[in-house]
Design a protein around this ligand. Sequence first.
Ligand code: CUA
Length: 302
Amino acid sequence: MAARVDALYFFLVAISVFFSLLIAGLIVYYAMKYRRRSDGQIGTAIEGGLLLEVTWSIIPFVISMVIFVWGASVFFAMASPPADTLNIYVVGKQWMWKFQHLDGQREINELHVPVGRNVKLITTSEDVIHDFFVPAFRVKADVLPGRYVNIWFNATKPGRYHLFCAEYCGTRHSGMIGEVIVMEANEYQEWLSGGGPAGSLASAGEKLFADLACNTCHRPDSAGRGPVLNGLFGKTVTTADDEMIVVDEAYIRESILNPGAKIAAGYQPIMPTFQGLVAEEGLLELIEYVKSLQTIPQAETR
Ligand code: CUA
């Protein structure tokens, strides 16, 4: 995204420089041209000029529309991650960045990504508002408690890049920094496999799912008291209030912490809240587990 952001930025600078020079030049020029030439000289009254006023309205209008359309197209490109992304979860916390790879690797204040891949960060905060900022990628977004904000980038050059928190978040805000390490694809694979025995995020979620006894109600065979979760992620469901909802990360999160908010049609509001029982990382594991149920045939799940 850097090239597109920079092009717009330099366009803005060029416009500003052009008009600053034009206006400053005209001030000097007119000050000399229309200076008072003799004591007691009185200037002529001017009633305005329609052509002049229309011109200086239309030109700035056209320029600002160019900036608007150009800026909007860059904004929408930044705000909509492509379909094919490598997903990594990010949790901001006073005062560190925690990253969770789908394969189970966890890192703090360091993020390893492969070069040339679309990477999507699904970010949230476990306390206050932070802001994920990698200047080299022109990537910057608020990381909010209670929500999932998606950020995406495609790193084009291997190397190490600064990562900052760009929102004052308390005493050690300035220390909430890290590095994004962009590696060649094969080095990245090697790095991933060197992560130790930790299982995938989805398998950690499966274990947590069982530990919290979620599986007593959410069963794959529709005999449970809660909705079947297999194949649910990404689907549109109807709530008891006849609202249509797409099952995404935010909906799963809400359904765990505040189950009464949006009950699936046909089910009783009997699920207890898990507020305070599941940490942000645990929520991400559960979400990834529900996502993983897409591909598992119902017969094979417990
Ligand atoms: Cu986190 Cu500033």
